[in-house]
Write a protein that binds this ligand. Structure first.
Ligand SMILES: *Cc1c(COP(=O)(O)O)cnc(C)c1O
Length: 431
């Protein structure tokens, strides 16, 4: 298996190189080729397995050529050390709970996998590897915690000052060791741009080894395919499934589409969004128009120029009519999101976080117009991570799981920077 650039199919690299580069040298994103396809028997053999076991089987297909069996087993068992249960919310709607990892968000799966894969491929290198990650909230905590204490790797988390929740911020500004937090006076898009510029800066990349832990890194998004299979494996065999995916940078969606290419029987995918609806607009009009992001209460999806969208275009050969055959878009205002959280809680007792809420409602809307299907929405974070907005709606305190509460008492350390590339470059050169 090799990895090509979405800008040029002839630009092919092996796993190690593609992993270390993060972004292809021509600015494209890496895609796997050929995508392995499971036979019906392989697929059926996944029923009854937990996430770790499924991850192991799929990892052998995806990474088995590049990593010896015993090492791969160790990587998978350390990275995917929790499950992703499916919970029934209504007769025809289920929640795929992706928040049972250490930072209570789905990004734990990809971030922990990437950290261990990088650790494996760089174990003999003399100088440090620098991981750059731009975050609108959850990526930073998942990546920072995923890499904490991994030898030879330094992590630099860039985040928009004042635009992440206090508890989210604590999860990546209090760790110390090999983790640094850079507080950018700007938006998430500014942070993402600084990271992209650093990767394109030859002078810098000749001096130091930079890599990305954003969902543009193939080792972040590919392992996310595992839990789509795990979800399928928990459902009644005859269900006609669709997935509703709360989306921002579209790493999660891309992973689902890759799972489908691998043979997972999925009827369709819903793109559930907040007001940042460039992809739903694309689905309607055929025109992809990135624009500055709008802040919302589902802030991990406040993305105005979703970086993984080029991967989706690539998977469907840039054909709008193919994409719309497999994806439908929905978008919700903050007002809608609050109403959804409240009404689902009242009706079913299930508490959604603001991101999952968009996923639930997109599934509900789809089912209102299409009969005979079963919807699974991805509950991408634990509601306690967005305590303030959720409590405001339901009027009762949300219990904070212990592993999250522990962060609140620790002291924040961050470096304040203007969103100017020269300043960021100076900072990096001093590392
Ligand atoms: C990152 C994130 C999303 C968006 O995921 P993408 O893969 O970037 O589309 C949705 N919900 C939560 C809670 C997140 O942290």
């Amino acid at each position: 298996m090799h990895y090509y650039s979405t800008n040029n199919k002839e630009l092919k690299l092996g796993l190690k190189e593609a992993l270390l580069k993060g972004l292809a040298p021509d600015g494209g994103l890496f895609m796997p080729y050929p995508i392995p396809i499971l036979s019906r028997n392989d697929l059926e053999s996944l029923r009854g397995l937990n996430l770790t076991q499924i991850a192991l089987k799929l990892s052998e297909l995806l990474f088995g050529e590049d990593i010896p069996g015993e090492e791969l087993k160790q990587i998978v068992e350390e990275a995917v050390n929790f499950d992703t249960p499916v919970v029934q919310v209504e007769e025809d709607i289920y929640s795929l709970e992706l928040f049972h990892g250490p930072t209570l968000a789905f990004k734990d799966v990809g971030a922990r996998f990437l950290a261990r894969l990088l650790g494996y491929f760089t174990r003999d290198m003399k100088s440090d590897i620098h991981v750059l990650v731009a975050t609108s909230g959850d990526t930073g905590s998942a990546v920072a915690n995923g890499f904490l204490g991994v030898p030879g790797i330094k992590v630099h988390v860039l985040y928009p000052s004042g635009l992440v929740s206090p508890l989210q911020e604590k999860q990546f500004t209090t760790l110390g060791k090999n983790i640094s937090a850079i507080e950018v006076e700007g938006t998430f898009d500014n942070c993402q741009k600084l990271v992209k510029e650093a990767f394109m800066d030859q002078e810098l990349t000749n001096r130091m080894t930079l890599t990305s832990a954003n969902s543009i890194n193939l080792a972040r998004f590919l392992p996310q395919a595992f839990y789509y299979f795990r979800a399928w494996a928990q459902m009644e065999p005859e269900s006609q499934l669709f997935f509703s995916v709360p989306s921002g940078n579209y790493g999660n969606m891309t992973a689902g589409l890759v799972a489908r290419e691998m043979g997972l029987p999925v009827h369709t995918f819903l793109s559930a969004n907040n007001l940042n609806d460039v992809v739903p607009s694309y689905l309607l009009t055929g025109k992809f128009k990135p624009r500055p992001s709008t802040p919302t209460i589902a802030n991990a999806m406040d993305v105005g120029d979703p970086s993984n969208f080029v991967r989706i275009l690539d998977l469907f050969d840039h054909k709008h009519e193919w994409i719309t055959a497999h994806m439908h878009g929905y978008s919700y205002s903050d007002h809608d999101i609050r109403e959804i959280i409240g009404s689902v809680y009242k009706k079913t007792g299930y508490l959604c976080d603001p991101h999952g809420a968009t996923g639930y409602q997109a599934a509900r809307s789809f089912l209102d117009n299409n009969q005979g299907y079963t919807g699974i929405f991805l509950e991408t974070a634990h509601p306690a991570k967005f305590k303030e907005s959720v409590e405001e709606v339901i009027g009762t305190p949300v219990e904070i799981p212990e592993r999250l509460a522990a962060f609140a008492d620790r002291e924040k350390h961050s470096i304040l920077l203007k969103p100017a590339y020269q300043d960021f470059k100076e900072y990096l050169k001093e590392q």
